[in-house]
Write a protein that binds this ligand. Sequence first.
Ligand code: PLP
Length: 395
Amino acid sequence: MEYKKVYLDNSATTPVDCEVIKEMQPYFADVYGNASSFHYFGRESKVVLDNARAKTAKLLNASPEEIFFTGCGTESDNIAIFGPLNAYAKKGHIITSKIEHHAVLYTCKHLEKNGYEVTYLDVDKDGVILIEDFKKAVKDNTLLVSIMHANNEVGAIQPIEQIAQALKKINSLRKDKIYFHTDSVQTAGKLRLDVQKLGVDLLSMSAHKFNGPKGVGVLYVKKGTAVSSITFGGHHESGLRPGTENIPYIVGFAKALEISNDKIEENDKHIFTLREKLKKGILDAISDVIVNGSDSRAVSNILNVSFNYIEGEALLLMLDMHGIAVSTGSACASGTSEPSHVLSAMCVDPAVAQGAVRFSFGHYNTQEDVDYTLHILPKVVSNLRSMSPVWNKKA
Ligand code: PLP
């Protein structure tokens, strides 16, 4: 059997950049003090922590006091949602979308069970919410809006700046401010993030999606946003995220963001070329395929394709036998046989959604990776279809 390792699951996670590892290295055993300790060792670590915070803030056009290090994107999302709601200390209404990552969706479902009202906005066929739907959804008791920056299954970019502008007007006429959170886990390191320009109050990120280490995230909280902590303990991260700061990972976060921001255009061009080559190759070589989502309204690293008459899970397994790593929907949702909630929201026919596979690129991918995938994929699809009674009847 032909076998070559090709990693096309960069939206699930990415390899850590060598420069990032080098930058992190001294903070495991050489500089290891607890940044909260008053002695030399602690002060030394505190300087490193402050520098990483300042670097991250500068890259996001934020100020250092607005940057909070967390354990991952999921944790950032949870604090971003519970934090302002807990600070309000009253129940109310939340607006989110049907295509959010489960870190937001399940948090909202939990809140719904606990007395909050939640509106889950629809999306169009490209996976994008309509600003008019958003405006109509706002109620007198709305407290929070959480809309992701780009979707993790199809890459659809949401109109964050437009929502922020609409909210600015709405908020100018109300007593209780409606806070605005965006989950930028899939856009950090891929789009140049400027929190002022985006106009959000809270923004979540996770280092492992842009060649940083797993297990470290950031939550940006705009100055003046009332947030209560959801865990309790020390005064770390201004008490919002208690727990001894993970200095090497935090250093890794800042370095990875710096590197990806430095190369954002170059990487984007490279990744888009690979994505287009794969897309064209698939459309040329395989019949009955549908590209889910849009090219122009999405991040360039995700290609979501439905191969009709086969199961995405079966295709994933067959590709894996040839060394090609892809995913069906998000990494957290794979392993379930439910059709993707994102494709369902985009009104993709359930049978078509079952055959969906996500190819997601990173800047380490090469033309050879795509050539090999295009060499294997048509054969695998053809083999699987030959086992499908519906396909054989059609053929
Ligand atoms: N939000 C989005 C859009 C994601 O894609 C992911 C991970 O796939 C997360 C949140 C969760 O991030 P983490 O794995 O760092 O918890």
